[in-house]
Design a protein around this ligand. Sequence first.
Ligand SMILES: NC(=O)c1ccc[n+]([C@@H]2O[C@H](COP(=O)([O-])OP(=O)(O)OC[C@H]3O[C@@H](n4cnc5c(N)ncnc54)[C@H](O)[C@@H]3O)[C@@H](O)[C@H]2O)c1
Length: 365
Amino acid sequence: MIFKTVGIIGAGTMGSGIATSLGQQGVAVVLVDTSQAAVDRGLAAAKKFYDRAAEKGKMSTQDADQAYGKLTGATDLSALTDCDLIIEAIFEEFSVKEDLFKRLNAHLKPTTVVATNTSALRVSELAETVEDPTRFLGLHYFNPAAINPIVEVVKGEKTDDTLFQKCVTFITETAKKPIPCKDAYGFAINRFFVPYGNEAVRLLDEGVGTTAQIDRVAQDCLGVAAGPFLVMNLVKPKIMFHAQRNLGPHGAFYALAKGLADRGDTDYEFEIGDDATGSAESDAIIADRLRAATFLPVLQSLDEDVASPADIDMGAGLALRFGKAPCELMDTLGKDEVTRIVSIVTEKYGHDLPASLAKVGSLRG
Ligand SMILES: NC(=O)c1ccc[n+]([C@@H]2O[C@H](COP(=O)([O-])OP(=O)(O)OC[C@H]3O[C@@H](n4cnc5c(N)ncnc54)[C@H](O)[C@@H]3O)[C@@H](O)[C@H]2O)c1
């Protein structure tokens, strides 16, 4: 293993999930939170995961015990002094993360690598809060991190190339699939997944279809295992609200759907009825718009060289369970059809057609 001891700061949903995954791979983990109760909850979640895996025969009892034995907890940053890599997974607030990184500087070895699991903030901006921005990057795990295989490895403007490659290798060593990415809002995967959900809400807002109909059409047109409303209910609509708002700098198409904006940061779920039927005409509109909302961001991120088509497809398949991966699907549909579909949203929101449209047909080589 490139990194033998990993510190994780924040023992919540993501921090405890990342700790669970690393412990299972034999990496020593120090899990830090502000209170002992939070640390204990994070460790207990890992123990529950290992125990269940053992019960189901996915791990031997001995392996489960060994994995749990790799995890220790602490409430003080001084416990991280011997770590080779530190992954920050605390609240998604720049000032909160900035305050932590400034305090963390005093506890780092000169060789320690520091990573953030941020979904929404600029890695390059956070990098300016640590002593050495060349040793800072994004490691964006997906929820549930204990089992989701994808990790976006995000290169900040100042991240050292060799160190970046080492982190890509470490992610592979720990049985995950790395997606090397540029530091762009939404990175590679949320860049299209979130607008796809947002477009589903727009279709609902406009009365084009019901939640159940839109979910059914999505299963057909993008091969998703579960439709956008079912998935948004799992992720929590308010998380989609924050994620979509974060994509705003990419332009008018990325504006929040009214149905997400109106309810904002509140706790609610979409109602999904049993009747998924709808007219053939409305089915066709839904399919075009869901595909357009997926294809445009993917093509734009290819223009911006955020990630490779193969990695975007891998992420779509493994992190989001899209049965029809976007680049492969675009290649199958061909340039003329993809241009027709993408124009539906570029014309409506005043975006240029992405230059990468010219490569459709051979995006995947
Ligand atoms: N939840 C997701 O689906 C998801 C997915 C990918 C990335 N992320 C990102 O991961 C990060 C963590 O998200 P989460 O969902 O695990 O949050 P969470 O609220 O479940 O957990 C955050 C934890 O951080 C702790 N914490 C806060 N400030 C701290 C500090 N100064 N020092 C130590 N611990 C501190 C809290 O006590 C809490 O236990 C965020 O940046 C989020 O955007 C979340």
